[in-house]
Design a protein around this ligand. Sequence first.
Ligand code: PMP
Length: 324
Amino acid sequence: MTLLDFRLADINTIPLNGLTSQVGNTPLLPLRRLTLRPAQGGALKLSPRVKIWIKAEWFNPGGSVKDRPALNIIQNAIADGNLRNGKRLLDSTSGNMGISYATFGAALGIPVTFAIPANASPERLTLLRALGAEIILTDPSEGSDGALLTARQLAAEKPDLYWYANQYGNPANSGAHYLSTGPEIIAQTNGQVTHFIAGLGTSGTLMGTGRYLREKLPNVKIISMQPDASFHGLEGLKHMPTAIKPTIYDESLADTNLTVRTEAAREMTLRLAREEGLFVGISSGAAAVAALQVASQLDEGVVVTVFPDAGYKYLSDKAMWEGK
Ligand code: PMP
């Protein structure tokens, strides 16, 4: 019996500990210097009674916020018997969800296959291959929707080979945030959070966290954030008006929706590294732009946003890091 056979045979009895026990409970860090100095040319003055906190999701073992939904989806699939007999987990991904699935897939002996746009950063594609994932590259001009349609079609064609995890429609995606991100933010702010902001990709982060916070604190403001145009450089985020709407997305949950320009997010990403020591990805830069915008309009408040991942997967974007 090989090690792999052993793992596959025992999958339903392996306790989910080890790597998977380290998902969640990420730090909540303050934005300090950025909130003291107005943005270049801008006039974002913050009241001293306004605080901005960021949920540092790159502390997850798979390196991003997507560890939460990936693990919850896998745990549910195992419990429902969907991953028996060597069935492959199949999904579309812009990178991070695939990295999380592949991380836990490798740890638990679950084979994984992803449809991913061919223009995903080289770091992401290499990382997925390193973790043993099977990758199907899709047309970059079709973006994440092209990957979604490819995965859907493959799942319909080969139901015996693949179990379609469907992160855009699987309630265990937003459910993960309802069960973990929401309660953590309440605990870490002592229930003082007044505004919650999250970028929209699948919308799982906003939906699950937003629903939990709204239940516990009926006056909390929930703010969604997305790119300002269908062609954009905010990897991981979707321009909802022109994208296939995720089944789990309910646009009536957010009180307000903000749009962020790619250029503004890129500049902010570099400022976060240089002025806060926060080396994060571009969607974190976008979240910071939105959080500063919301915070600048308040007299007092506790603004919380999510920084989905670290900057390592974007290192090949030299122009951004060199401020060009
Ligand atoms: N930022 C990055 C870097 C991501 O990979 C994702 C997930 N696609 C998001 C933001 C958005 O998260 P969600 O899918 O929960 O809306």
